[in-house]
Design a protein around this ligand. Structure first.
Ligand code: E9O
Length: 594
């Protein structure tokens, strides 16, 4: 799916700003039919929850409505006019005037509404977008809506991060020509000093395709004709972790000498491969250092913000991180483009977090049901998960920074139904993208002894909390157990092991000379202990601390205004553990030479 861009043949208007806003109420049955009344306005992009002081808005379960007036530029007669919603979390409906023009399920992938037939160039129209935050057993991620005793609807979910909702990313109005480029797929390879770029251009109708590849100086290094082809780049400069290099593929659609459409795509030439326990980028073993992150900041919630984007990447650089996981959902496309340009490696994760109902049924198992069964997560959940994987790969397939797909976080992979549920999803991901390895993040309940799906994946990503959820305050026992378990995985599978989560909550300013949980000192000692163990086990190919920064959660007796496992606070101040990581990861320059 192509991101809307300004090109010689396409125009783009950004619709971010303040929109009229209302929570759905039976008193206004079809709010898109008229101007939304009331004084409430919401910022786009932003989650709406923390913008307002009214708990009825923050805790609302169901639809909310965003509305604004939009003028179609006068010169847009003739082509198609489209509204792109980068994210409506978790479901969206778009109305042009009174007409429903698009519906979409899934809160972290974009969708389009073609409004050509409903608008007139030069004139205004009313754009209304409905957004629902409801999570059920057939949404990705899943959840349940329950009733409180006093009759309120309450959203429960199986992940700890707060269920922020709304238009958290940009909304665009754009024009495309009638005969146009609808998609581009690029696969790169390296053969000695030569880079190859296999491209495939999809179009809405038959027309001649011409492509041109430019290097960073703007010089044309290869050209091609036809909708599919291979470009060869002699002495290619590779995209490398820590040393990004992007070529620009310019695709053109022509009728004789007439330019019907053009679209530029920035690409990186690089390869990714798993060999035994090694993760190879451009044929060289790569060791991941970094974090599981969240899109999370005060006031905006999950709202995309370029200032946080720049600052977070500065902090990644400062601390010596070379990568992160988009836990637990696909991030804004701007984030991936930034990673492409700055040489940061990304593990791109779906929003399938919390497929572990039995786990949340209680540690004792009371109330637990089989997780993957018709009454919990059955065929419909799997179909939603499959659709989500399709949309994720369609959106992110061309990013050089994305080196692996993570298909789920902490599913109940130790239960019998897991294999039947995951086998088709892994095949689907492989068929959509045969070039990238696939992984999943393994919950602590699933071990090398009882896990049912590990052999299906290329890389095993483990989320482990010895010393926190188990053996809290006893790092000596935790160290033994962690090492024993990692050795178990390493003996059983000849695959790279990445510690995709390890971390301890810490409140800034709480200190101790002893191993006291919640202190900054304990968080630091906890991480140091994990690092000692990783360094003793060859199969460990990466370490992603949980989490980059403190983040908002729902209420919980082990949450103090959110999850405090951040190495940075929510406002991005380092805790003392940041220095442990910085010292270690800066030394790793020799493990990952560029
Ligand atoms: C998922 C992540 O989103 N993993 C959780 C993180 C946490 O801090 C959460 O923020 O809670 C940890 C899962 C721990 C599973 C409990 C295992 C208990 C061992 C028997």
């Amino acid at each position: 799916m192509l991101k809307p861009r300004n090109t010689a043949t396409r125009e783009l208007v950004n619709l971010d700003g303040l929109w009229r806003f209302a929570v759905d109420t039976p008193a206004v049955p079809e709010p898109w039919r008229s101007v939304l009344h009331g004084a409430t306005e919401a910022a786009v992009p932003s989650s709406y929850n923390d913008l307002f002081v009214d708990p009825e808005i923050r805790d609302h379960v169901g639809w909310v409505w965003y509305q604004r007036t939009v003028r179609i530029p006068r010169g847009w007669a003739g082509g198609r006019v489209v509204v792109r919603v980068d994210a409506a979390t978790h479901a969206g409906k778009v109305y042009a005037g009174d007409r429903l023009v698009a519906e979409h399920q899934g809160g972290y992938t974009p969708f389009d509404a073609d409004i050509t037939e409903h608008v007139v160039a030069g004139e205004e129209f009313r754009l209304t977008i409905g957004v629902s935050n409801e999570l059920t057993n057939v949404t990705i991620p899943p959840g349940t809506v329950t009733m409180t005793q006093d009759g309120r609807r309450s959203q429960k979910y199986l992940h700890d991060f707060y269920n922020y909702a709304g238009l958290a990313r940009s909304v665009w109005l754009y024009s495309v020509p009638e005969t146009r480029i609808t998609d581009i797929t690029v696969v790169t390879d390296v053969d000695g000093a030569t880079g190859t770029v296999d491209y495939s251009v999809e179009t809405s109708a038959d027309a001649a395709v011409h492509v041109r590849l430019r290097d960073e100086t703007g010089a044309v290094v290869a050209t091609g004709d036809g909708a599919d082809g291979r470009l060869r780049v002699e002495n290619a400069v590779l995209w490398q972790p820590g040393a990004a290099y992007l070529y620009r593929l310019e695709a053109e659609l022509l009728e004789g000498d007439d330019l019907l459409d053009s679209y530029p795509l920035d690409i990186g030439i690089r390869t990714v491969k798993v060999r035994g326990t090694e993760f190879l980028i451009n044929g060289k073993p790569f060791y991941f250092t970094g974090f599981g992150k969240h899109e999370d900041s005060p006031v905006r919630g999950k709202g995309h913000d370029d200032a946080y984007l720049v600052h977070d990447f500065q902090l990644l650089d400062w601390i010596g991180a070379n990568s992160f996981r988009t836990s637990h959902y696909p991030y804004a496309e701007e984030v991936l483009e930034f990673a492409d340009r700055h040489g940061i490696v990304v593990v791109d994760e779906t929003a399938a977090v919390g497929l572990n109902l039995a786990v949340t049924g209680g540690l004792t198992g009371v109330g637990a049901k089989p997780t993957f069964s018709p009454e919990t997560f059955g065929d419909e959940t799997q179909a939603a998960h499959a659709q989500h994987i399709r949309e994720l790969v369609a959106r992110d397939k061309n990013h050089p920074s994305v080196v692996m797909w993570c298909l789920a976080n902490e599913p109940a992979s130790h239960e019998d139904g897991a294999r039947k549920y995951f086998e088709p999803l892994v095949s689907l991901a492989r068929s959509l993208d045969p070039t990238r390895p696939v992984t999943y993040s393994v919950v602590m309940f699933a071990t090398y002894r009882n896990d049912k799906i590990a052999d299906l994946f290329d890389v095993l990503s483990l989320n482990r909390y010895y010393g926190w959820y188990l053996d809290n305050g006893d790092l000596a026992s935790a160290e033994q157990k962690l090492e024993a378990e990692l050795r178990g995985w390493a003996e059983q599978f000849d695959k790279p092991l990445i510690m995709s989560e390890y971390g301890a909550d810490a409140m800034t300013g709480v200190r101790s000379v002893w191993d006291v949980p919640w202190t900054e000192d304990y968080q630091q000692s906890f991480l140091a202990m994990y690092h000692r163990v990783f360094d003793r086990i060859d199969a460990v190919t990466g370490e992603h601390v949980w989490n980059f920064a403190d983040f908002a959660t729902g209420p919980g007796i082990h949450r103090v205004d959110g999850n405090r496992k951040g190495v940075f606070t929510r406002d991005r101040k380092p805790k003392s553990a940041a220095h442990e990581l910085r010292t270690r990861w800066k030394r790793f320059a020799d493990r990952n030479p560029t």
